[in-house]
Design a protein around this ligand. Structure first.
Ligand code: 5HY
Length: 247
């Protein structure tokens, strides 16, 4: 039976509400008219995610959102590090799509190889790790940092656009790539103009993950409960995480 209304929760793992608003608007723009898209901001965590430390401490907040959201048919994890993706899949028992995985896999369908344009230099290694984890290291031709801090991306959009455009041009020239992946949720909303100007597919993970989540729900498929993505075994949690224990 074709599901009528699909509910997608787009979780911004950092705690900056204005970024959630930007992410939600882009997800709504690409979603089908009968899909309900809700942006979610955790009650705890870092204002932005730009280090392994930020990423680790963003996970409890996003897991709390996923555990408490009983309405959503699927989730989008809107941070390019795909923090806590497998843990969220265990906790949700519903499809969870990370924007890095969605963007890289979409780009791999559209070109011979892709270049990633990300934020700070210190996040370049994480992007390469994810390309390897997703089996795309052969198609990821390069990762380039434009060194605009995450929260500055939304401050001056024209500057952000101009900087990313120039980095994308340099990246393609250096890497010989024929597609571009935007390496931050804060770059949502920019791909159409960039694609037109560069003449190659430019993929934003928020948009790619939203339509992928919709597609999987339309297929009527759920994450496997056999094996490693089955709900986590119940056990006691203590301290500030006491509420995370199951049963
Ligand atoms: C993101 N940080 O998409 C990542 C981008 C990055 O707060 N949202 C964040 O630089 O890793």
């Amino acid at each position: 039976m074709r599901q009528v209304t699909i509910r997608i929760s787009v979780v911004n793992p950092n705690t900056t509400q204005s970024m959630t608003t930007l992410i939600e608007a882009e997800a709504r723009r690409v979603a089908a008219p009968d899909t309900v898209v809700t942006g979610r901001t955790p009650a705890m965590g870092p204002a932005s995610i730009e280090s392994h430390y930020d990423e680790a401490l963003a996970v409890p907040g996003l897991l709390q959102v996923v555990r408490e959201d009983t309405e959503a048919d699927a989730f989008v994890l809107a941070c390019f590090g795909d923090p806590g993706l497998d843990a969220a899949r265990e906790a949700a028992s519903r499809p969870v799509i990370g924007i890095a995985e969605a963007a890289m896999k979409t780009a791999s369908l559209l070109g011979r190889s892709f270049s990633v344009v990300t934020t700070l230099s210190r996040t370049v290694g994480r992007a390469w790790d994810l390309a390897r984890v997703y089996g795309l290291e052969r198609q990821c031709a390069g990762v380039h940092a434009c060194d605009i801090p995450v929260l500055e991306l939304e401050e001056d959009r024209d500057r952000t656009y101009a900087v990313i455009l120039s980095f994308a041009k340099t990246a393609m020239a250096q890497d010989g790539s024929d597609a571009v992946v935007l390496g931050c949720a804060g770059m949502a909303g920019l791909p159409e103009l960039l694609t037109a100007e560069l003449g190659v597919p430019v993929v934003d993970g928020v948009a790619a993950a939203t339509v992928m989540a919709e597609g999987i729900v339309r297929l009527g498929l759920q994450p496997s409960t056999h094996g490693e993505l089955a709900p986590p075994p119940p056990k006691a949690y203590t301290g500030i995480l006491a509420g995370f224990g199951r049963g």
